[in-house]
Design a protein around this ligand. Structure first.
Ligand SMILES: [Zn+2]
Length: 135
């Protein structure tokens, strides 16, 4: 991991557990298919299949791409009891998990900062899913 490559905002979010301003991130209204990977280490985190419009101003997902891709950490900073979402591979701060996701799905809302993510069209997990879909 190379911190020198991070923009000041990326550094603030991923290293200092900051939050980008709502509706400012480039993936808030992103509808393209693909895999959202960790900006810092490239780990596959969230599939576009589970992204939904939560109206909160941050990219929101109701599930993770694969078991074990993120770590959930109790976070009591700012006088709030929240659950922090951290990249399991490199420890970058990604966002928070809230229990107000779509009820017909998981009921979870992974509220993730755009600048902690990178959208990829092709990844090993996506290729695997495609293969399984065709077999
Ligand atoms: Zn990472």
């Amino acid at each position: 991991m190379d911190d020198a490559r991070l923009t000041p905002e990326e550094y603030h979010v991923m290293r200092e557990k900051g939050t980008e301003p709502p509706f400012s991130g480039k993936y808030v209204n992103e509808k393209s298919k693909g895999m959202y990977v960790c900006k810092s280490c490239g780990a596959e985190l969230f599939s576009s299949e589970t992204k939904y419009d939560s109206g909160t101003g941050w990219p929101s997902f109701y599930d993770i791409a694969k078991e074990g891709t993120v770590r959930l950490v109790p976070d009591e900073s700012d006088g709030m009891e929240r659950t922090e979402v951290v990249c399991a591979k490199c420890g970058a701060h990604l966002g928070h998990l809230f229990p107000d996701g779509p009820k017909e799905k998981t009921g979870k809302r992974y509220c993730i900062n755009s600048c902690a993510l990178d959208l990829k069209k092709e990844t090993p997990l996506l290729r695997q899913a495609k293969k399984q879909g065709h077999s």
